[in-house]
Design a binder for this molecule. Structure first.
Ligand SMILES: O=C(O)CCC(=O)C(=O)O
Ligand SMILES: [Fe+2]
Length: 277
């Protein structure tokens, strides 16, 4: 997968071509500083290791807060739970006081970059696809309360994990677009059309963007929401934690994705399939 220089003349065109081909695009030289990401990883690592996580146990109705390894997701079509714990950050939700300023700064920064990337997607959509969008794509996420920042912690492997369980089983994202700074450890893979799994270029500092089901729906399948997963580390790497920070961009609830679906109706259908609601 080719890495795209955000500052290059033809960045938009190259980036969107990559999204069309693989569902993924990888940017370097982008506006999100790696020092900021590094600081977030180390501050949240402290929270996951020593924080009073149960005090922030997730609210089932609102879905903000901490999700432990015991209640972690099981990907669609899989039996074993993923080996991960995570925290759902929403600007309107509960956030540990000492982590709040930094993480909300990141949320804003990444959301605004997402608007620009959606403008690229729109600009390089063929006219027959662009005319399907019910409003400009970057408009769909403006002032949305639905965008979710997930701070993920994959704990070191203890050796007693359920047979077949991995850090994140193969899945597609439900949302419009996902923005994911490279994690502090490898493991992220994307599935090609041939079925083969490919490592996503994950040098620290890279920014990984992938298409979610809602953009696939809005583009009538032109942009593919591709399967990806996080595999388990082996050997001495098994004792290392992994932290990652996907921002799941969601349109406002009433936004029309297609003739069949608004953001809200689409999300409900998908959550029902997952057995979450
Ligand atoms: O941890 C990662 O690198 C990817 C996580 C992911 O795909 C997800 O949470 O949807
Ligand atoms: Fe994902």
């Amino acid at each position: 997968m080719e890495v795209v220089d955000y500052q290059a003349e033809d960045a938009g065109e190259k980036f969107v071509a990559s999204l069309r081909e693989t569902g993924f695009g990888v940017l370097v030289n982008h506006p999100i500083k790696k020092e900021l990401v590094e600081s977030i990883y180390s501050n949240w690592q402290r929270f996951f290791s020593f924080g009073d996580k149960e005090q922030y146990a997730f609210d089932p109705a609102k879905q903000d807060g901490f999700f432990s390894t015991d209640i972690s997701e099981t990907a669609k079509g899989h039996q074993q739970k993923d080996i991960k714990e995570y925290y759902h950050v929403y600007p309107w939700g509960r956030i540990p006081e000492e982590l709040k300023t930094e993480i909300l700064h990141y949320y804003k920064l990444a959301s605004s970059l997402a608007g620009e990337l959606l403008d690229w997607v729109e600009k390089y959509s063929p006219p027959e696809v662009a005319k399907l969008y019910s409003e400009p794509l970057s408009n769909m996420i403006m002032d949305t309360p639905n965008t979710l920042l997930r701070v993920l912690h994959y704990p070191p492997l203890a050796g007693n994990e359920e047979l077949g369980a991995i850090r994140a089983a193969a899945h597609e994202d439900i949302n419009l677009l996902t923005i994911l700074p490279a994690a502090n450890e490898p493991g992220l893979q994307v599935q090609l059309q041939s079925g083969e799994w490919l490592d996503v270029p994950s040098d620290f500092g890279n920014l990984i963007i992938n298409i979610g089901d809602m953009l696939q729906e809005a583009s009538a399948g032109y942009f593919p929401s591709t399967s990806h997963r996080v595999i388990n580390p082996e050997g001495s790497d098994a004792s290392k934690s992994r932290i990652s920070l996907p921002l799941f961009l969601h349109p406002r609830s009433e936004v029309k994705l297609s003739e069949r679906h608004t953001q809200h109706s689409y999300l409900m259908e998908r959550l029902r399939e997952l057995g979450v609601v």
